[in-house]
Design a protein around this ligand. Structure first.
Ligand code: ARG
Length: 587
């Protein structure tokens, strides 16, 4: 109910001026959603914050505000509580009117941002030539979700995958390709990334064991950088195969197809001019042959300032240089105003450092925000980084397949118990949706910055804050429509909403909070807020459904309740879609 909160804010500001004069025009009324329904729906703590300034008791201040506060169109008469809180309870008529207003609104009352921006979300940015593994789960899921939310909030979102497609590992791969599989250079048939991944391991083995091979690999990098045709071809083969393999995973995961692959190689040609520009600005310092920018606020153990190496002593560039070029490009060419990097927390220093250089170089100005949105690790049940038994990172494909298989087994068991017949197609689809949703939801429902334990049992549980629970709540709404033989879409918008029962009022308020939640996530980039909201909504819906007969009640209550079911369904569907989760009509 952002709109509500905004209206209340304006009313409070007026009251503050009326009570205490123009000096109080800019005072924040400190309005929050009440933590306990006992206190109403909103609470203002402003009186407590003004005691010093006004030299009065907070309760007396609260009284003067309330005397000047006209919220009668939205709220019941305000109450002063405790040391001087002002509690507000929304009027039923107001809630009814608000719900009525969103009945046929596809955005369900979520206003698009008044200040739409050009946003870049940098994800999932895997490194080419290796299969995607568990480490790529979070950037894909979080990046996709944030992009969807920001887009829905009205921003112009560019999804850019900053793939690691350049550098020393490629020398190694090219050298190995040329040595062991020269035929690969004439055909891309029969090569899939599964092969390439074992290929990567073999190449690495050769690289670590053989000095001659190491030289050939270094040579390949030089040739690649010099634009040697055959080497470039080998590089392209590796890149294409990787991209194709990524796409298979993205499709399975339901990651938006709008990702633009703009890898590190894209910035190659720009690296010399980036270096020159830093040099001209006087930011570069020679240090043992390398060109560095010495950072402010980053010191080594001896307390000396730390450098970011822009150009190595051999003339080569590195990860940081490429990110500097990307920063400059994103500001100057893409004209982005907000650039978000959902990347693991282990890279926090890297981003803090390149952002600092970007600021000092004048690329990042006050008009553009660069944000590292860090996330924690995916842990195994043992609390350690999730690994296979042989100690390697788990393949992302295996992780997804595991969840789908689990969901399938569970579904088949329930079908058998209930003696339900379903087609193979239904089972496949439902298992895939539930499995993938469970993985995504488990990831998104944690605070982004925390580590979490990956557990099929937990994420696929039918109860608790899980995707299956949420999907069930949706299925339940659809069940009502089927049972009553009433197509929700046919209800129309000319419905009189009548709220009588406590559980109806609670559900109504929750339905009107979507706007506020979306705008919170838009700011703090924490998808768990949306998960928590949808979980609360499902819970409130279930309570309403237990308490209030829908199909069996009399008109106009019956239609009003059907409309509440429909709004719940639409809110769940929209909210889940913003998490990248698809709903099921039955499961
Ligand atoms: N490829 C990097 C990795 O796998 C992540 C890149 C993140 N984006 C960036 N602009 N640095 O660690």
């Amino acid at each position: 109910m952002k709109a509500t909160q905004e209206q209340l804010k304006i009313k409070f500001e007026k009251a503050l001026v009326a009570a205490f004069g123009n000096d109080y025009a800019g005072v924040d009324p400190l309005l929050v959603l009440a933590s306990n329904p006992k206190f109403g729906d909103y609470q203002s703590n402003v009186s407590l914050s003004l005691t010093k300034k006004l030299g009065q008791q907070p309760r007396a201040i609260a009284q003067q505000i309330v005397d000047n506060l006209d919220v009668s169109d939205l709220c019941k008469p305000p109450e002063i509580a405790g040391p001087g809180f002002i509690n507000l309870k929304l009027k039923t008529e107001y809630l009814e009117a608000q719900l009525q207003a969103i009945l046929d609104d596809p955005r369900l009352g979520v206003a698009p941002s008044k200040n739409p921006k050009g946003v870049i979300v940098d994800y999932p940015s895997p490194n080419i030539a290796k299969e995607m593994h568990v480490g790529h789960l979070r950037p894909a899921v979080i990046g996709d979700c944030l992009s969807r939310i920001l887009e829905f909030a009205g921003h112009d979102v560019l999804r850019i995958s900053h793939v690691g497609d350049w550098g020393t590992p490629f020398g190694m791969l090219i050298a190995f390709l040329e040595e062991a599989y020269p035929e690969a250079l004439t055909t891309t048939e029969n090569l899939d990334l599964g092969d390439l991944s074992s290929f990567y391991r073999q190449a690495k083995k050769r690289f670590d064991a053989d000095e001659e091979f190491k030289k050939a690999a270094t040579q390949a990098v030089v040739k690649l950088q010099a634009g040697d045709e055959k080497t470039l071809l080998a590089w392209k083969i590796v890149c294409q195969l990787s991209s194709r393999a990524y796409q298979v995973i993205y499709d399975l995961m339901g990651i938006s197809p709008d990702i633009i692959e703009r890898g590190e190689s894209f910035y190659n040609a720009l690296l010399p001019e980036v270096t020159q520009e830093l040099e001209k600005l006087g930011l570069l310092v020679e240090n043992q042959g390398a060109k560095c920018v010495f950072l402010e606020g980053f010191t080594n153990r001896e307390g000396q300032p730390l450098p970011v190496i822009v150009q190595k002593s051999d003339g080569g560039y590195n990860y940081a240089t490429t990110d500097l070029a990307a920063i400059r490009y994103r500001v100057h060419v893409d004209k982005a105003q907000r650039v978000i990097y959902p990347v693991d927390a282990g890279q926090s220093n890297h981003f803090a450092q390149v952002f600092q250089v970007g600021r000092r170089a004048g690329w990042i100005t006050d008009d553009v925000e660069f944000i590292h949105a860090p996330f924690g690790l995916v842990l195994g049940e043992d609390g350690q980084k999730l690994k296979t038994r042989s100690g390697e990172a788990v393949r992302l494909q295996d992780l997804l397949d595991g969840a789908i298989a689990y969901a399938r087994k569970d579904l088949e068991k329930r079908l058998e118990e209930d003696n339900r017949q379903e087609t193979e197609e239904f089972i496949n689809h439902a298992a895939q949706v539930v499995g993938i949703s469970a993985i995504k939801y488990a990831d998104l429902s944690q605070n982004r910055t925390s580590n979490y334990i990956f557990s099929y049992d937990k994420m696929l549980a039918l109860k608790g804050n899980t995707a299956p629970y949420m999907l069930y709540a949706y299925v339940r709404t659809q069940g009502i429509s089927r049972e009553g033989n009433i197509a929700f879409e046919k209800l129309g918008a000319n419905i009189k909403i009548v709220l009588q029962e406590e559980t109806e009022l609670t559900l109504a308020k929750s339905l009107l909070q979507l706007d506020e939640v979306i705008h919170e996530v838009e700011q703090d980039l924490l998808p768990n807020r949306l998960c928590e909201y949808l979980y609360q909504l499902s819970d409130k819906f279930n309570k309403f459904y237990e308490n209030c007969p829908v199909l069996k009640s009399e008109e106009p209550i019956r239609t009003s309740r059907l409309a509440l079911c429909n709004l719940t369904a639409k809110t769940l569907k929209l909210g889940l879609s913003l998490l990248g989760i698809q709903v099921l009509e039955r499961m």
